[in-house]
Design a binder for this molecule. Structure first.
Ligand SMILES: Nc1nc2c(ncn2[C@@H]2O[C@H](COP(=O)(O)OP(=O)(O)O)[C@@H](O)[C@H]2O)c(=O)[nH]1
Ligand SMILES: [Mg+2]
Length: 445
């Protein structure tokens, strides 16, 4: 979708954090600078950008990562959370009987949105109708008529009557039987006092439960002024940002929402009545960052990491058996479906990303190891040192692999075992991924 540029630049900043060896002030400053640049280019208001940057810096440098989250994931999570705070929680539009009034400048997408909203509520099982209270623009009535008739939506309008509040009153009477009544109003090319007065007059008649400001995503800094004016006139209860399917930047409208302390209710993502989406901050930001559902990813990463970390001291006291190694490799491979996070988080902090090929190779290797290990006795699995040349032959024959494969498995094991033994007692925990990467076959040690 839109905001492609913004998303791209933000992703770059996150990737920088993800591939950092160490999270320190210099790195956070650099990443925040990049985020700032991205947001400013997308027309997000300077003041908001500064507030966001300060919060990210402050939290990234002072907050301790929660258990199970490494410092990189922690900082990425902070950026994600603060971006969600910036766009705010979505406005709550309940599925119930209500009157909705749409306000906004001409061309912002009110009439199109009226038909979209009616369609939305009808799909949810509510009876919806549109009242055309735009008596300003010549073609307004015909546009509503065409849009609604195509969708089988009941609409009311009076061609030729210039009294907008009166048309609104008649319209409400004519649509009494409907659950959700959507009143479409006129706009002007600019904010003018007669427009504001008209909004107030219509509002006095309609007494709408929801007063939604429709704003074009292409609006830059002037979005805030508009939002303030409409908010003062009718106390808007939410914002609909339209044309987010285009090349618009969206940041102006988002800033207006933040500044007027309202929230986004829906986003328009196309010209047809189906192109309306409920706005959910976390989904919106996840999508912007191209991470699918980042929350799930971070949760999964935490789980996997917990499994990966082995207690080195107990390993040094006890034995590191072939089974232990297999378990570790299996844990590592669980990350497989989480390709997205793998792309972001370099393995074991070594700045090495696993390619598709390497993934497939690890999976292959795991499958082979499983077969080989199935052909070993319990004693051999517990203490691979006893595996002699003749045993290797037997195991390779039994598993339908080659003696080389068996030797490769044993070599990996002994390399990892040595590394573990070589660790000082104080190490506590270590990251197995790093070891796997270094000592796994097929990679240069
Ligand atoms: N691409 C796109 N076009 C939209 C969207 N919403 C409205 N439009 C177009 O914007 C133009 C103005 O819309 P309209 O509903 O007449 O605006 P109004 O003057 O506020 O009633 C029309 O050509 C619509 O088709 C949207 O979400 N995406
Ligand atoms: Mg209109």
């Amino acid at each position: 979708m839109v905001l492609d540029n913004l998303g791209g630049s933000l992703r770059n900043a996150l990737r920088k954090i993800a591939s950092a060896n160490k999270i320190d002030k210099a790195l956070v400053d650099e990443a925040v600078r990049e985020i700032q640049r991205a947001l400013l280019q997308a027309d997000v208001n300077v003041k908001l950008v500064m507030e966001l940057s300060n919060k990210i810096k402050e939290r990234a440098l002072n907050e301790k990562p929660p258990a199970g989250m490494n410092p990189r994931e922690h900082v990425i999570n902070i950026v994600y959370q603060e971006l969600i705070n910036l766009v705010g929680k979505g406005a709550d539009i309940p599925l119930q009987k209500q009157n909705i009034m749409l306000v906004g400048l001409q061309g912002s997408g009110k009439t199109t949105t009226a038909a979209k909203l009616a369609t939305y509520f009808q799909r949810k099982g509510l009876r919806a109708a549109v009242v055309c209270a735009d008596t300003f623009r010549a073609g307004a009535y015909d546009q509503v008529k065409a849009l609604c008739e195509r969708q089988g939506i009941f609409f009311y309008g009076e061609k030729g009557n210039p009294d907008a509040p009166e048309v609104a009153r008649h319209g409400l009477e004519a649509t009494k039987r409907y659950d959700v009544r959507i009143v479409d109003t006129a706009g002007r090319h600019a904010l003018e006092s007669d427009l504001i007065q008209e909004m107030k007059d219509i509002h006095a008649v309609v007494q709408a439960d929801q007063k939604l400001l429709v704003m074009d995503a292409a609006l830059g800094q002037q979005a805030s002024e508009q939002a303030r004016a409409f908010n003062e006139a009718v106390q808007i209860t939410g914002v609909i940002i339209t044309k987010l399917d285009g090349t618009a930047k969206g940041g102006g409208a988002l800033s207006a929402v933040a500044e007027t302390r309202t929230s986004v209710a829906f986003i328009g993502v196309g010209e047809t009545p189906a192109d309306l989406e409920r706005f959910e901050a976390d989904r919106f930001i996840s999508r912007l960052l191209g991470m699918g559902d980042i929350k799930t990813l971070i949760e999964r990463a935490q789980e996997v990491q917990a499994e990966e970390e082995v207690d080195v001291e107990s390993l040094m006291r006890g034995k590191f058996t072939l089974k232990d190694m297999y378990k570790q490799m299996e844990a590592m491979n669980k990350l497989g479906p989480l390709k997205q996070i793998m792309q972001m988080l370099p393995l074991g902090g070594m700045g090495v990303e696993l390619s598709d090929k390497e993934f497939a190779a690890t999976k292959d290797r795991l499958d082979k190891y499983r077969v080989i290990m199935d052909s070993m006795t319990e004693v051999e699995l517990e203490d691979p040192k006893i595996i002699t040349v003749s045993r290797i032959k037997r195991i390779s024959r039994g598993s339908g692999t080659s003696p080389e494969m068996v030797r490769e498995l044993l070599k990996s094991h002994s390399a990892m075992q040595k590394a573990i033994k070589g660790m000082r007692g104080g190490a506590g925990k270590m990251n197995m991924k790093r070891l796997m990467k270094r000592f796994g076959p097929g990679t240069k040690a």
